[in-house]
Design a protein around this ligand. Structure first.
Ligand SMILES: Cc1ncc(C[n+]2csc(CCOP(=O)(O)OP(=O)(O)O)c2C)c(N)n1
Length: 627
């Protein structure tokens, strides 16, 4: 099926492949990636766009001595396939299988672990500095997308790298897309470079010029300036990067292996700070992904022949869509509402808002820190911003939330989607720290809805408050509960007592309410009655209720889909201790370890957050108490 791939041994062997073989290999790799992602889901379009780029890199540079650092790492499937992971590629993103992103624990070729955007240049610069301190001579190469280049950290690194002037190559993989269409002045600048007629001509000329320069060996170019000087007469783009201390090369066709090889062969012999701008097509080679790169950016299982994604079973709407609809309705009533996304209008459900209220919608690029401080600015001037982020990416904006929003007690609502265990994207993407970092922040209110209707009601409450608020909810479909159209008041800091009777009480937040209810059922079959409480708020806690339960129950059992360290259970523990209450406490949540990838079901089993595991442990504990 894959004659060339099957023959491939070490990545070094690629250096012996002819151009014809490499081009055929590219087709085989595309097929393997597409077939695998159709079965397992994954980041298809980004990885299809970098097949030739990766082959060209491996056919010229000497990895892992040279260091290759991918930004985000969602485009690195070819890199994985070429570096000894072809045979296990069918396990991509599955429990115990190949991870979806470069991972230092998986391969020496994965120079740096990634998942969150805009880190590559910083990490590469660190490696270049370390190399120089050790007196080594290897190359360090960061590959960053035009989307990831919108992130502040990438600019911080360019700024510092430009000053240091180390030997470092930054490859800008420009496909004009972030997940959705890319945004920002930098993106527009890159378009101008690509589209201006003189640059088109220059691109042609640079390709001719490079192919006329003899390959390494007969003429060795020593510095970036030498190659640039040769090109300068025909090409003047990238002035911005030049001014920042980079030698700029490009734009180059990122699917032309021979051109890329020529350029890489030359720059391998040079020293200095170089930015190579390649233009690629997201989804290249698979028509449905070329036509709809946003959908195939990160995709679930799909039909290879048609590109149709598997229909979701059950009719419950997703949390994201309930959020999306509720926000639109609230925006109609509240002109002060402004919605902000960091490069994820579709993922966070803000696309409808963008269409309906374009002037009140802001996509800041992959810039979570800026999103939050800008929201604080809007709030300081009388607006009520709703910042919709994935929980894991909000980690970026910790200080902005603390220092700019909470310290000034500003009415910003943070909507944290994909909170909890997200499944196959693994530890870089699980949103399991937010309850811990949010509950430390003075002035903050933390809402945790147990179902999609509660999400709607809590959002209504949050945007009506004039203080900082956060609502965190999971990935995927809701529970299928009835959705109340009227926004009803959610009393601040008040839990919902579902049942009162019993020697013990389950105190659950969010998704764990379902687990608690089922665990209580299992326990009742063993003759143990448990009260059930949906806590709804991690901050402020329902202290009145906790006081009463802490006095009346033998054992309180907290459940959360968040790290135990500093999370909801910690808050209850602190309360019991501070009030000197007699009740015992058991906490269920995530351990002090990064949770691997796998289906959500597998992961919940792994960490013991199933009704069966909870009931068993609680029963064992009760038996020790009653002895
Ligand atoms: C800090 C952070 N925010 C958001 C994301 C979600 N995300 C993953 S890839 C991506 C777009 C990246 O665009 P680009 O770098 O151009 O790569 P492409 O997918 O186009 O190849 C985004 C927004 C992330 N990984 N990290």
């Amino acid at each position: 099926m894959y004659p060339l791939l099957d023959k491939l041994g070490q990545p070094e062997d690629l250096k012996k492949y002819s151009l014809f073989e490499l081009e055929n290999l590219a087709q085989e790799i595309r097929q393997l990636i597409t077939e695998t992602v159709a079965k397992n889901g994954g980041h298809l379009a980004p990885s299809l766009g970098t097949v030739e780029l990766t082959l060209a890199l491996y056919s010229v540079f000497k990895f892992p001595q040279d260091k290759l650092i991918w930004d985000v790492g969602h485009q690195a499937y070819t890199h994985k396939i070429l570096t000894g992971r072809k045979d296990r590629f069918s396990t991509l993103r599955q429990k115990g299988g190949i991870t979806g992103f470069p991972n230092r624990f998986e391969s020496p070729y994965d120079a740096f672990g990634v998942g969150h955007a805009s880190t590559s240049i910083s990490a590469a610069l660190g490696m270049a500095i370390s190399r120089d301190l050790s007196g080594r001579r290897n190359k360090v190469i960061a590959v960053i997308g035009d989307g990831a280049l919108t992130g502040g950290e990438a600019f911080e690194a360019l700024n510092h790298a430009g000053q240091l002037g180390r030997d470092l190559i930054v490859i800008l993989n420009d496909n004009e897309m972030s997940i959705d269409k890319n945004v920002g002045a930098m993106s527009e600048y890159l378009s101008r470079i690509r589209l201006a007629p003189q640059y088109k001509q220059a691109k042609h000329d640079v390709e001719e010029l490079l192919s006329s320069i003899p390959r390494i060996g007969s003429k060795v170019l020593k510095t970036a300036n030498q190659i640039k000087d040769g090109i300068r007469s025909v090409l003047v783009p990238g002035a911005l990067f030049e001014e920042m201390g980079f030698s700029y090369l490009g734009p180059l066709d990122g699917h032309n292996i021979s051109l890329l090889q020529d350029v890489f062969n030359k720059v391998r012999e040079m020293n200095g700070l170089l930015l190579i701008h390649v233009h690629t097509m997201k989804g290249k080679g698979y028509a449905p992904a070329e036509d709809n790169p946003g959908k195939f950016h990160g995709v679930g299982k799909f039909d290879l022949a048609t590109g149709e994604t598997a229909k979701k079973s059950g009719g419950a709407p997703s949390y994201t869509s309930v959020f999306s609809k509720a926000l639109l309705e609230l925006a109609e009533k509240r002109p002060e509402l402004v919605a902000i996304t960091a490069a994820m209008p579709s993922g966070t459900g803000l696309s409808a808002f963008k269409d309906e209220y374009p002037r009140r919608f802001l996509d800041v690029g992959i810039a979570e820190e800026h999103a939050v401080t800008m929201a604080a600015g809007l709030a300081a001037d009388g607006k009520h911003p709703v910042v919709a982020l994935y929980s894991t990416f909000a980690q970026r904006a910790y200080d902005q939330l603390l220092h700019d929003v909470c310290l000034q007690n500003l009415p910003v609502t943070l909507c944290l989607d994909r909170a909890g265990l997200v499944g196959e994207d693994g530890p870089t993407h699980h949103g399991v720290f937010d309850l811990a970092y949010l509950r430390q922040m003075p002035n903050m209110t933390v809402f945790v809805p147990k179902d999609e209707n509660e999400l709607r009601q809590m959002l209504g409450k949050a945007v009506a408050m004039d203080t900082p608020t956060a609502v965190r909810y999971p990935r995927g479909a809701g529970l299928g509960v009835e959705i109340q159209q009227e926004f009803s008041d959610v009393p601040l800091g008040r839990a919902e007592v579902i049942s009162e009777e019993g020697e013990i009480a389950f105190l659950a937040v969010g998704t764990m309410n379902e687990v608690a209810a089922k665990a209580a059922d299992l326990l009742s079959k063993q003759g143990v009655k448990a009260a059930l409480v949906n806590m709804r708020f991690v901050k402020p806690l329902d202290e009145e209720l906790l006081l009463q339960l802490g006095q009346s129950k033998q054992l309180l059992v907290t459940l959360e889909e968040n790290v135990l360290a500093g999370g909801f259970g910690s808050a209850v523990a602190e309360f019991l201790l501070d009030k000197d209450l007699a009740a015992g406490l058991m906490r269920f949540g995530l351990p002090d370890a990064f949770v691997e990838q796998g289906s959500r079901k597998e992961l919940l089993e792994l960490v013991g957050l199933t009704p069966e595991a909870v009931a068993e442990k609680v029963l064992a504990r009760i038996q020790t108490i009653s002895k």
